[in-house]
Design a protein around this ligand. Structure first.
Ligand code: FES
Length: 111
């Protein structure tokens, strides 16, 4: 199946070690920019109690949830340390700073 890549702007629009929240029919997606200038997209919904991960603090390739400090890997979406749970990661393409996310399941839902 073809992947449906959606343009979501440029990495320069996201603060370093910050995030932007993108609203999609699939729900809120948090797009993060790490200190190393890498971008990751995961659901903006903490696996603990649904906290807005896009408002968390980014460190290395992880984000700390602003509500109760769970640490979520941006690469795998999994909670790190003693906590258990995971959020969905969203495929992201970075073309010289232009960012695209894949909303495959959205297309499937629309068919
Ligand atoms: S909601 Fe994220 S740590 Fe509790």
């Amino acid at each position: 199946m073809d992947t449906n890549w959606i343009a979501i702007g440029n990495i320069a629009d996201i603060p370093l070690r910050g995030a932007r929240c993108v609203k999609t029919p699939q729900g809120r997606i948090a797009v993060f920019r790490t200190a190393e200038n890498e971008a990751f997209a995961i659901e903006d919904h903490c696996p603990h109690k649904g906290g807005p991960l896009s408002q968390g603090i980014v460190h290395a390739k992880a984000v700390t949830c602003p509500l109760h400090n769970w640490v979520i890997s941006l690469e795998t979406g999994k909670a790190l340390g003693a906590d258990e749970g995971a959020v969905k990661t969203i495929p992201l393409r970075n073309e010289d700073g232009a960012l695209f996310i894949a909303l495959e399941s959205l297309m499937m839902a629309a068919e």
